[in-house]
Design a protein. Structure first.
Length: 519
């Protein structure tokens, strides 16, 4: 069971023609989402059997559907194509770099054609297409990837899950039956909130299953049931290690593209200036011409054909490893062993450029195998509906497996504000549960959006890792400020319509939200 987690925090800055953090979305579309969908289209054309499970988290779905961000993405893509055109001219007499530039030219034009002609300009159309064909099981996440174990207000947990389910139905035409828990973070009793939202199964890290009570009879080779019948699937250690390990993982192969060598930093400043930040800050352009080569700063030129052949070799090795697992375990247990291999989507393509081709070749190899086949959670549960009942172990898939990445001395200041906001949101929802005038209703709905956006686990995570710390801190403070200002307006019955409209346009996610979900 291959499972991808497609997620980015909601980032939208309509007041700026260019905003650096919006590139998180644009890079992921170009390097991950479109290449994966394009490869699924190839598999369909080849009549290869494949089944893939993928979350498309509510904030990501909302951004992919946002026309402002979609227009900005086309401009981003056109700017990349323009830069490739300049690079073709610059490298026309260079036999080393010209083939790499030509690869980017063909790739970017193919992706643009696929987006516009096949997907009618919407990445979500690609996900819906494969869902409706039965090849793709799309699951949800928390509304804004909020860290559920730290929400002391149970109505805040319920809102994260119910808004997620409603948003999923809006974009994909059906309520979700599965969920990738935000950060795979589980706490005892969460299954009852999942059940309320109609969720039938969820994913946890390996130790979330192995440390269950009683101990799981089949380890992670079969799902377990929580006491209310919600199924939990645990990550397989071995298949994860083959991809994630910095020493043994496939992405570290010396012939794969080096992520860090980008012409945004390598080329002459005046030449590259139109394609980096308007303030002159150098950033990644996505055009990277070197392979990993080794641990030193010396890097050799990237060779796309050799890199692609490596994805075939690694796909064969990966499937052989799963065959060995199945053969070993299959003689011991009384059912078909299930191997759950979950990964961040953005690993495939963004961090590991060749990742989408590796996935495609894994499905091709499985299609040839008599031992291992791709399956979804619902297919497996349909074949094996009887499973062991356990108390799932509280856990996450963060560093050391529990909660400290999201609660430590660097980010602990966040939570008193989140608790205060959640408690006041539930108070206001109860106070106005029978409705109010249209302006106050809009204010209350925006209060709910600001709370949800502030709860995103991404901000605490990025503060811990030291990545985008300033932006994450500023975003957290911004949503706290917005909430408190709206709260004061509502309590004083003096609502600033201009400010409210500005927030509704900027933080425009969850257009159909009803604040009474907190009542």
């Amino acid at each position: 069971m291959l499972v991808l987690h497609a997620h980015l925090p909601f980032v939208k800055h309509p007041d700026y023609d260019y905003f650096l953090e919006e590139n998180w979305l644009f890079e992921a579309i170009t390097e991950t989402y479109l290449p994966i969908l394009l490869n699924l289209k190839k598999l369909e054309a080849e009549n290869v059997h494949f089944r893939l499970t993928s979350s498309v988290t509510p904030p990501l779905a909302e951004m992919l559907a946002d026309y402002h961000l979609r227009d900005k993405y086309i401009k981003y893509l056109d700017r990349s194509i323009e830069l490739v055109g300049k690079e073709l001219w610059r490298t026309k007499d260079d036999p080393n770099f010209k083939p790499v530039v030509e690869m980017y030219r063909d790739r970017l034009n193919t992706l643009k054609g696929f987006l516009i002609n096949d997907l009618d300009g919407s990445v979500l159309n690609g996900y819906k297409y494969f869902q409706d064909k039965g090849y793709l099981e799309i699951i949800t996440c928390g509304a804004t990837h909020g860290y559920l174990p730290f929400m002391t207000n149970e109505k805040a947990v319920r809102a994260q899950l119910e808004v997620a389910a409603q948003t999923h139905e809006k974009h994909f035409g059906r309520r979700p039956l599965g969920i990738w828990l935000p950060e795979c973070a589980y706490y005892a009793g969460l299954e009852y909130k999942l059940e309320e939202a109609g969720i039938k199964y969820f994913f946890v890290d390996t130790h979330g299953i192995l440390y269950s009570k009683p101990r799981p009879r089949y380890g992670t080779y079969a799902p377990v049931y929580a006491k209310n019948g919600t199924a939990a699937f645990g990550r397989d250690y071995f298949s994860s290690k083959q991809v994630w390990s910095s020493k043994e993982g496939y992405p570290g192969d010396l012939y794969y593209r080096d992520f860090y060598r980008d012409i945004g930093y390598d080329l002459d400043y005046e030449y590259i200036k139109p394609y980096i930040c308007p303030d002159g800050t150098r950033v990644f352009t996505g055009l990277k011409y070197h392979r990993i080569t080794g641990d030193s700063e010396y890097k050799e030129v990237y060779q796309p054909d050799i890199a692609y052949s490596k994805t075939i070799d690694h796909a064969k090795h990966f499937v052989q490893g799963r065959e060995a697992q199945i053969n070993e375990v299959g003689d011991i247990i009384d059912r078909k062993p299930l191997i759950i291999s979950p990964y961040d989507s953005e690993l495939y393509g963004h961090w590991w450029f060749e990742g989408p081709d590796f996935l495609m070749n894994v499905f091709r190899e499985m299609d040839k195998s008599d031992t291992v086949k791709a399956v979804t959670a619902l297919e497996y549960l349909g074949e094996f509906p009887t499973n062991q009942v356990v108390d799932v172990n509280p856990s996450s898939w963060g560093d050391e497996g529990y909660y400290k990445v999201w609660l430590n001395t660097g980010n602990d200041w966040i939570y008193r504000h989140l608790h205060f906001m959640a408690d006041n949101m539930t108070m206001l929802a109860g106070k106005y549960k029978d409705g109010t005038d249209s302006l106050k209703t809009r204010c209350l709905n925006q209060l709910a959006r600001e709370l949800l956006l502030c709860q995103a686990s991404d901000w605490a995570f990025l503060i811990t890792t030291g990545t985008a710390t300033e932006y994450s801190t500023e975003r957290t403070r911004e949503h706290i400020y917005n909430f408190m200002k709206l709260y004061g307006m509502l309590e004083d019955s003096r609502i600033d319509i201009g400010y409210l409209e500005w927030l509704e346009n900027k933080n425009s996610t969850f257009q159909g939200i009803d604040y009474r979900i907190y009542a």
